[in-house]
Design a protein around this ligand. Structure first.
Ligand SMILES: Cc1cc2nc3c(=O)[nH]c(=O)nc-3n(C[C@H](O)[C@H](O)[C@H](O)COP(=O)(O)O)c2cc1C
Length: 309
């Protein structure tokens, strides 16, 4: 699959410092990383220490784009400036998050319901950011994909440097199937690169998503947590062996421990690991899942992940 560009999709509390450091150690990295969203409000930028550390300490050598969720142009440009000064490769506007908490403030996917506000936010960020540094991640619409052409007009007017489309509406949340073919209209309407996102979890699905959407740029979230060697495979690398899987889990345990702020307890370490494991249970037996969900000691977790030997 030559010529394909790959990005890790932002996933709050999942695509974090420990996860990206682990991807680097197993040699399965995308071309670009994106942080989960920093929430930009009128009074402040709500960002956890963990997000700040992802920006400062990811150690992968890859360009890292910081994502902002907000609906106030002045707040967004203030936070974009601050993050750019810290050396991020660019700023991404979150126009896709379906969380009621975020949407209540007019941010995330709620911007799709208010094209005039979306236009104002885009114009402010475009004026703030240098060429190459501004991208937008959105869904096909709030209630219906019929909203997409109008949203594309707003995007075309603002001229961002890249657009990532999660091929679902807000009302679909994470259910149903992503409609990759609906994203073709974006490539036709915009002069910037368009990334396809949603439900890409194997090399076969990657080829289908690229063919259906007409995009050679793929953004992958859950698929990369469930199948951490997916980026390596998409670059022509071998499918992972059981030994590769065990190596991944060992390194993830180590990196999760390294990323935790001391003092932390073993139970906290196990709970952190369960955030990633939640995406892997589908590949495991019901018994393994039942026990892993309840582990409070690392030794038990290692045993149920069958890491001995
Ligand atoms: C747990 C979780 C957290 C997410 N956090 C974010 C986020 O902070 N910003 C964002 O733009 N999208 C977020 N998303 C959406 C993903 O980036 C992506 O658009 C979506 O999961 C579809 O792609 P996938 O099927 O490759 O995972 C999140 C998704 C999940 C499941």
């Amino acid at each position: 699959m030559g010529g394909m560009q790959l990005a890790l999709a932002p996933m709050q509390d999942v695509t974090d410092l420990a996860f990206v450091r682990t991807l680097a150690r197993i040699g399965s990295l995308p071309d670009v990383l994106m942080t989960p969203y920093f929430r930009s409000t009128r009074s402040t930028c709500v960002c956890s220490a963990a997000l700040e550390r992802l920006v400062e300490e990811h150690e992968t050598g890859l360009p890292l784009v910081a994502q902002l969720a907000g609906s106030e142009p002045a707040a967004l440009t203030r936070d974009a400036r601050r993050l750019m000064a810290r050396g991020v490769a660019g700023i991404n506007l979150n126009a896709g998050c379906p969380s009621p908490l975020v949407n209540r403030h007019g941010a995330g996917a709620a911007l799709l319901r208010e094209p005039a506000r979306l236009a104002a936010v885009l114009a402010a960020l475009r004026a703030e950011l240098p060429p190459g540094a501004f991208s937008v991640k959105l869904r096909l619409g709030w209630a219906s994909a019929e909203e997409f052409p109008r949203l594309l007009e707003v995007l075309a007017q603002a001229a961002p440097d890249a657009v990532m489309v999660h091929a679902r509406t807000r009302q679909q949340l994470y259910g149903g199937a992503a409609r990759w073919s609906a994203v073709r209209a974006a490539a036709a309407a915009l002069s910037c690169p368009v990334w396809i996102n949603g439900d890409i979890d194997s090399p076969q699905r990657a080829r289908e998503a690229a063919a259906d959407s007409g995009c050679a740029r793929l953004m992958i979230g859950r698929g990369a947590v469930r199948h951490p060697y997916l980026f390596r495979q998409l670059r022509g690398g071998a499918a992972p062996t059981p030994a590769d899987r065990r190596r991944y889990f060992r390194l993830l345990i180590e990196e999760t421990g390294r990323a935790l702020e001391p003092p932390y307890r073993e139970r906290g370490h196990c709970n952190r690991l369960k955030k990633y494991l939640a995406f892997c249970y589908a590949e495991m037996s019901a018994e393994q899942e039942w026990h892993l969900r309840r582990c409070e000691r690392l030794a038990d977790l290692e045993s149920w992940l069958e890491l001995e030997g």
